[in-house]
Each structure stands twice: as structure tokens, then as C-alpha cells.
Design a protein around this ligand. Structure first.
Ligand code: 5GP
Ligand code: ZN
Length: 119
């Protein structure tokens, strides 16, 4: 489903530094970079180094990795100098939910009031 070839996945290419991105955080499992089309003053994408197409494709062996994506958020917030306790995390899953890149990513949004429900 979607782009599954690691060679063509745009986020795998960012991880491999084949295309430029403003990387703000990385560790052994996780990379985070600024969204190219930000919808908030802070808009970061947090991704696993391992290519997983979506949450729907994740398996129990990814349990710890999925947790690491969430736990990276307050650390990234601290690192880039925004509040570590005022942000929104979003994981669009499936085309109808707005997923356009099929490599799991957590959107970290902050820096403006965020309406709920999002619509
Ligand atoms: P989705 O719609 O799949 O939840 O989110 C994909 C996000 O990736 C979008 O917010 C889009 O702006 C961002 N994006 C797509 N291509 C690139 C790129 O080449 N570089 C960066 N930094 N962000 C990208
Ligand atoms: Zn990928």
C-alpha cells in the first residue's frame, strides 16, 4: 500500500541524507525534522528509522519503537526551545485520514492555539 519501496520512500531518503531536511533531533531509532509545509509555527515530523508504512502496518514487535516516537516529543520540544508540555501529536493513518507519506510519522504541532475537534 502506498510507497513501500525503501529506495523511493521520501522519509527513508531524508534519513539517508539523500534529500535535505532540517533535522532537529535524532537517536538510534528515531529522527525528527521540520515539516516542509508547516501548519503551525512549530511543525516537526517524528519518524522511526525503520520503514513502517503506517500504524495499520505496525506489529507487536514495533511496540517499543512506537512508544519511542511519542516519548521523543517532549525531548524535542525542550531541545528546540518550546514548551515541553503544550503541543499536539497527530498520526494520520490511511489516505482518508490525510496520510500522504506512507512511512509512519508523528506530527508535533505547537506555537498557536489548536482547535479541537480538528475537523
Ligand atoms: P501526512 O499528510 O502523511 O500525515 O504528512 C506528511 C507530511 O510530510 C506533510 O505535512 C508534508 O508537508 C510533509 N512532507 C512531505 N514531503 C516532505 C519533504 O520532502 N520534506 C519535509 N521536511 N516534509 C515533507
Ligand atoms: Zn520509509
Amino acid at each position: 500500500k502506498g510507497v513501500n519501496l525503501l529506495s523511493e520512500c521520501i522519509f527513508c531518503r531524508i534519513i539517508r541524507r539523500e534529500i535535505p531536511a532540517q533535522i532537529v533531533y535524532e537517536d538510534e531509532q528515531v529522527v525528527a525534522f521540520r515539516d516542509i509545509n508547516p501548519v503551525a509555527p512549530t511543525h516537526i515530523l517524528i519518524i522511526p528509522r525503520e520503514h513502517i508504512a503506517s500504524v495499520a502496518e505496525a506489529t507487536p514487535e514495533h511496540q517499543a519503537l512506537l512508544g519511542q516516537l511519542l516519548l521523543a516529543a517532549p525531548r524535542i520540544a525542550e531541545k528546540i526551545g518550546i514548551e515541553r508540555d503544550n503541543f499536539r501529536l497527530v498520526i494520520n493513518t490511511g489516505a482518508d485520514a490525510g496520510q500522504t507519506v506512507f512511512h509512519i510519522h508523528v506530527h508535533l504541532l505547537a506555537g498557536r492555539p489548536l482547535a479541537w475537534p480538528p475537523g
